[in-house]
Design a protein around this ligand. Structure first.
Ligand code: AMP
Length: 174
């Protein structure tokens, strides 16, 4: 594709709080060619995994499409109180507030390899919590892939510090 897909990311200042520069992916996912191009690129990282985990909510959009492209099962990493079975939870700090993520325990066989997908890498706290939850559930995170990264927030180095050896990839250059 010869277009710059970054032009389909809308930048909205002061959302959801003053001082946050929000990267809105909705123009990109509304463009069918751009959406499939991004999902195809993410799917290249799914070759050596058994499952793809998406982080609620925008990670679900990309991760489930990647599952369909790569022929992998989907694991939802959800906000607290949404999963009906037995769960493992982790609370962490966000660029704008605090959050808790959960994963079902005992559903997927221990040792299975899981690619983690989300839309935006900001401080990295969400991705670290997601990968740690997978590990606590006995699974093996293979890499984390984002559509885009806000590099000045240092998320890539936070992931490297918390989970040495876990590769971080982004699809769109800044
Ligand atoms: P973080 O844990 O700081 O890396 O935040 C990542 C999560 O929060 C992702 O699930 C993003 O969807 C969302 N997020 C954080 N900051 C932004 C931002 N500036 N624009 C869009 N999404 C963001």
């Amino acid at each position: 594709m010869d277009r710059n897909l970054n032009e389909l990311i809308r930048v909205i200042p002061d959302f959801p709080k003053p001082g946050i520069v929000f990267k809105d992916i909705t123009p990109l996912i509304a463009d069918g060619d751009a959406f499939i191009e991004c999902c195809n690129q993410i799917a290249k990282f799914a070759q050596d995994c058994d499952y793809v985990a998406g982080i609620e909510a925008r990670g679900f959009i990309f991760a489930s499409a990647v599952c369909a492209i790569a022929g992998k099962g989907f694991i939802p990493i959800r906000k607290s109180g949404k999963l009906p079975g037995q769960t493992i939870s982790k609370s962490y700090d966000l660029e704008y507030g605090q959050a808790t993520l959960e994963i079902h325990s005992g559903l997927i066989d221990a040792g299975k390899r899981v690619l983690v997908v989300d839309d935006v890498l900001a401080t990295g706290g969400t991705a670290v919590a997601a990968a740690q939850l997978l590990k606590q559930a006995g699974l093996v995170p293979t890499a984390v892939v984002f559509l885009l990264e806000i590099a000045q927030l240092g998320g890539r180095s936070q992931i490297a510090r918390a989970l040495p050896g876990l590769q971080t990839h982004t699809i769109l250059a800044e």
